[in-house]
Design a protein. Structure first.
Length: 285
C-alpha cells in the first residue's frame, strides 16, 4: 500500500501536467482571439501590480487593438496623456528588444486637430524623434491611414484620434494589428457614441485632483505663495478586457512610470522629497 510520501510526487507531477495543458489551451484561445500578437506571448506590464493583475498574462496585450476614451473632457487631454505614456512604454520595449530593425520603436500618431504638443508628449516618455505625425480630418481618412500604417511591421504602434467607428472598421484594424504585430490605439471621447468594437481593451480616463508637491520646479507652492500644480492623476477605468477583468484605479504619472495614488498622504508637501521625485528633478534640471 503506498504511503502519503509515495503519492505526493505523483500527485505533484499530475498537477503540473494539468497546469501545463491548461496554459497551452489558454494560449491557443488567445491566439485564436488575436490577443497578444501572432505568437500569443507578447504582453506589456504597465508597472502597477493591481492593474497588471487583472490583465491577461499580467500585461497589456500587444499586436492588437485598444481603445482609450476621455470622459467628460472636451479637449481629451487626459486620455491623450495616458495614451502617450502607453505608447512610450511600447516604443521603449520594441527598441530594447531589437524587433523591427532600424525603424524599431517608431510610433505613428494620426491627429485630427493638428494640436499635438511635442514637449507635452515628451513629458510622458514618448521621444519626439520616435514620433511620426499624420494629419487627417475625416474618420474615413484616419481609418485608412491607420490600416496602412499597421501593415508596416517595423513600427511599434499606431494611434488614431477617431470619432465614430463601427464593428466592421474596428475588426479590419484588429486583423491588421494581428497580422503585423503592431499595436493599435484608438483615442476617443465619451461625447461620441462608443458602440461595440473589436478592441481587446477599452479604457475610460477622467481627470483627478493632484496633490501639491513642495520643492520641485513647477509644482507645489508657486511664487507669491499660490498653490502650484501637482503630478498628473487620472481616474482610470478598465471598461472591457478580453481575457481579463474590469477594474478602476486612481493612477499618478511620476515621470518614469505609473503608480497607484490612493493614499492621500503620499506625495504631500513636505521638506523631504520622495526618492521618485528626486529622480524626476535630477532628470529635468
Amino acid at each position: 500500500m503506498p504511503t502519503p510520501s509515495d503519492a505526493t510526487p505523483a500527485a505533484s507531477k499530475a498537477a503540473a501536467s494539468k497546469a501545463a495543458v491548461l496554459a497551452e489551451l489558454r494560449g491557443r484561445i488567445r491566439r485564436m482571439e488575436g490577443i497578444g500578437g501572432a505568437d500569443g506571448t507578447r504582453f506589456l506590464p504597465l508597472g502597477v501590480p493591481d492593474v497588471d493583475g487583472v490583465l491577461p498574462d499580467g500585461g497589456l496585450p500587444l499586436g492588437c487593438l485598444h481603445e482609450v476614451v476621455g470622459e467628460n473632457d472636451p479637449f481629451n487631454s487626459v486620455a491623450t496623456g495616458f495614451s502617450a505614456a502607453i505608447l512610450a512604454r511600447i516604443s521603449s520595449r520594441r527598441t530594447d528588444s531589437g524587433h523591427g530593425g532600424s525603424g524599431s520603436g517608431q510610433v505613428v500618431w494620426i491627429t485630427r486637430d493638428d494640436d499635438l504638443y511635442a514637449p507635452g508628449i515628451a513629458a510622458y516618455g514618448l521621444k519626439p524623434e520616435r514620433l511620426i505625425v499624420v494629419s487627417a480630418r475625416r474618420d474615413s481618412d484616419i481609418l485608412w491611414a491607420m490600416e496602412e500604417s499597421l501593415r508596416c511591421r517595423s513600427l511599434a504602434a499606431v494611434l488614431g484620434e477617431i470619432g465614430d467607428i463601427d464593428m466592421v472598421a474596428s475588426r479590419r484594424l484588429q486583423l491588421a494589428a494581428e497580422a503585423s504585430g503592431v499595436t493599435a490605439l484608438l483615442l476617443r471621447s465619451s461625447s461620441r457614441r462608443l458602440g461595440t468594437t473589436a478592441s481587446v481593451t477599452r479604457w475610460g480616463l477622467s481627470a483627478a485632483p493632484s496633490l501639491p508637491i513642495g520643492g520641485f520646479p513647477g509644482y507645489g507652492r508657486a511664487e507669491g505663495g499660490e498653490q502650484g500644480v501637482g503630478l498628473p492623476r487620472w481616474r482610470t477605468r478598465l471598461l472591457r478586457c478580453r481575457g481579463g477583468q474590469p477594474g478602476e484605479w486612481l493612477l499618478e504619472w511620476r515621470g518614469d512610470g505609473f503608480a497607484l495614488a490612493d493614499d492621500p498622504a503620499e506625495g504631500a508637501s513636505g521638506e523631504t522629497e520622495p526618492e521618485w521625485l528626486q529622480r524626476m528633478s535630477s532628470s529635468v534640471w
